[in-house]
Structure formats: C-alpha cells, structure tokens
Design a protein around this ligand. Structure first.
Ligand code: NCD
Length: 362
C-alpha cells in the first residue's frame, strides 16, 4: 500500500493538497467528523512520545474513527523477539492504517513492505520524521503565508535530530530557501543530508556555532533538543547539553516577524519566558500536527481504497553490500536482506534503503 516513510515519498503538489485540507479541517471540523467512521488506526510506538502519538490518536478520533496500539515496546511482543515484518502482517488484520515509531532506522519501511495497510513513519531513530515535517510546513505556511523566499535557521542537535533532516528535505523544493545550520562542531548535520538534500536541491547554506550571529537573518528559527538517547557517551551529552538557550535577550536580535518553531519536547533550549512572545509558534505547531495528521490519514485511506501501491526504489542490489550502521534495523533483524540503491552510478555510490548509510561498490 502507499505509505509515508520519508517526506520525499510525497510530491510538492501532494504536500500542498495536504496543507489545503488541513486548513479546511481547521475551519470546518464538522465536515470531517464522520469521514473515518468504521476505520481503525493502530499506533505502534517502540519509543517514547507524547505529541506524535496523541495527535495521531486525536486526529483519528476527530475523524470519527477508532484507535488501538501500544506506547511501550516492553508491553508488546517485541519484547519476546517478534520481528517488525510479523508485527506488521498481524496489525494489518486488526487495523486499516498504522503509525510506527521505532529506535532503529528503517523499521517503518520494513513494516510497510510486509503490511497490507498503509504505514506512516512516526520517527525512526535519528533518520527521519515526515509527519513532524508536515506539521512544520503547515506552521510556516499559516504563520508567514509562504514556504518560499525564506531564511531558515536550524539550531541544536543537527546530527541526531531527525526532524531537521526531514524538514530540510521538504524545504529544498521551494524557491529561494536559504539555510543557516547552527550547531556545535560535534553535532553538525550528517554528510548524507548535506549531499542528498542541500546539494541535490542546490540550497544555499552556511554553518555557524553562533546563534546570536544568525538571529538577525532568520525568518524561521527551528530549535531542537540535544537528543540524549542517541549519544554513545553520556559525558559527551553532558558537555553539549547546554549548547544553546534561546532567551528574551536573544529574541531582541530577531526580525519582528520571525517565527520560532520547535518540534517539542523542549528541555532547556528555549526559556519559558519566550513563550509569551507572539513569535513563539511551537504550541500552535503542536495543534497543526493534529490537523496535518488528519489530512494525511484521509489521503492514505483514500489511496488504499483505490489500490495505490508504494513506489519501490530503483537500481537496487540485494545482499551484495552490507550495512554496518549499528542504528540500522538490519543490525537487529538478522533475516532482513541488505538492500542498497545506487545513488551515483558513475562513482559506484550506494545507500542502504533502510538508513541511507553510504557504501562504495568496488
Ligand atoms: C521529536 C522527535 O521525536 O523526533 N518530537 C516530536 O515528535 N514532536 C523531537 C524530539 O524528540 O526532540
């Protein structure tokens, strides 16, 4: 079935249609109150979540549908060693659509390949988080009235912050979007996002360690949390955890119409005093997340009814190259084929279809 694993699965036109539907839902909620009557959403959360899971559930309930699922892998058969593929096949018997969050990169893709219902990636490790991006796009669109001609600053943990990877992948499609990457040296944007997104879309970008310096240029400041759970070393996390704190003083450096976004949860990277500033858009962003997930559920269920299938990556090789990323789903599910897609034929560069790790074919 057609699924949403990565934001690149949707065209710019499809994203625009989702934005329009979400705006219409916001204005006419009654019109949508029964649209999913008799349908069930399963939420499979192998990692903690508040907003994403609850906004998915609220979205389905407000469309008149039902929800079931788990919010703790320990309470599911994953703790007994059940594979993602088996879980996906089984959930397909109980629900019409599923949203999955998993600490291993590529897990929702594995689920989508085995399920007979649409699968939505609700965050896979440090890889991507396409539905957060849908919420972010709706927020920028509603707050600033456009998605093009913007300077977007991404600040914090750009290495492990999956929301930033997906957001850049979406913003690259719009005209004249400049990016300012603000992070400590150790948490810079991964190279694959730089090559596959910034370079591919020819996006103008600069890197800095100074939030103060970047502030006056920005139309959007996308703050992120330092992702404690993804660090290999606790000392390294301790050293970097207070790298950036957006406070009232720093807000004085920003344009009057600039907007602050944050996928939340925040730890200490935005002072609570900033919440009273009308430019702080992060709680409105959380509401937008529910609206976009409603639009997304409607779209995927409609397409499932029409029999639309997922597009498979082209030019792949199976069990020829092997992924050694410890965060990839192949590292824990031994029976999975290692599949790589060719991204640069002249140089023999391949990427793992699950986690996008790079390999060179000799
Ligand atoms: C984000 C996530 O899970 O990646 N949260 C969310 O979905 N709203 C950001 C984070 O956890 O820092």
């Amino acid at each position: 079935m057609r699924s949403l694993i990565d934001i690149v699965d949707f065209s710019t036109e499809e994203i625009f249609e989702l934005l329009e539907t979400a705006c219409d839902i916001s204005e006419n909620p009654q019109k949508y109150a029964d649209r999913c009557k008799g349908k069930t959403l399963a939420t499979l959360f192998y990692e903690p979540s508040t907003r994403t899971r609850l906004s998915f559930e609220a979205a389905m309930l407000e469309l008149g549908g039902n929800v079931l699922g788990f919010s703790d892998a320990g309470s599911s058969s994953a703790s007994k060693g059940e594979s993602i593929a088996d879980t996906a096949k089984m959930i397909s018997c109980y629900a019409n659509i599923m949203a999955m969050r998993h600490p291993k990169e590529g897990a929702p893709y594995v689920a989508a390949k085995s399920a007979s219902i649409p699968v939505i990636n609700a965050g896979d490790g440090g890889h991507c988080h396409p539905t957060q991006t849908l919420a972010d796009l709706l927020t920028i669109y509603r707050e600033l009235g456009r998605l093009d001609h913007l300077t977007v600053g991404c600040c914090g943990d750009l290495k492990y912050g999956r929301t930033v990877h997906s957001l850049l992948s979406a913003m690259g499609r719009y005209e004249n979007v400049k990016v300012v990457l603000i992070s400590p040296e150790e948490l810079r944007l991964p190279k694959y996002v730089r090559y596959e997104v910034l370079d591919k879309y020819n996006m103008e970008y600069e890197e800095t360690t100074s939030l103060e310096e970047a502030m006056p240029k920005l139309d959007v400041l996308y703050m992120t949390r330092i992702q404690r759970e993804r660090f290999d070393s606790f000392d390294e996390y301790e050293r970097l955890k207070d790298s950036y704190v957006l406070d009232v003083e720093k807000m004085k450096l920003a344009k009057p119409e600039m907007r602050v976004l944050h996928p939340l949860p925040r730890v200490n990277e935005i002072s609570v005093k900033v919440d009273a500033d009308p430019r702080a858009a992060y709680f409105r962003q959380a509401l937008n997340g529910k609206l976009m997930r409603m639009a997304l559920i409607l779209k995927l269920l409609k397409e499932a009814g029409e029999g639309l299938q997922m597009t498979e990556p082209a030019n792949t090789v199976t069990n020829t190259l092997f992924c050694d990323n410890p965060r990839c789903i192949t590292s824990c599910e031994q029976e999975l084929d290692h599949v790589f897609k060719c991204v640069e034929p002249t140089q023999g560069i391949y990427r793992c279809v699950y986690c996008e790790s790079k390999k060179k074919m000799n």
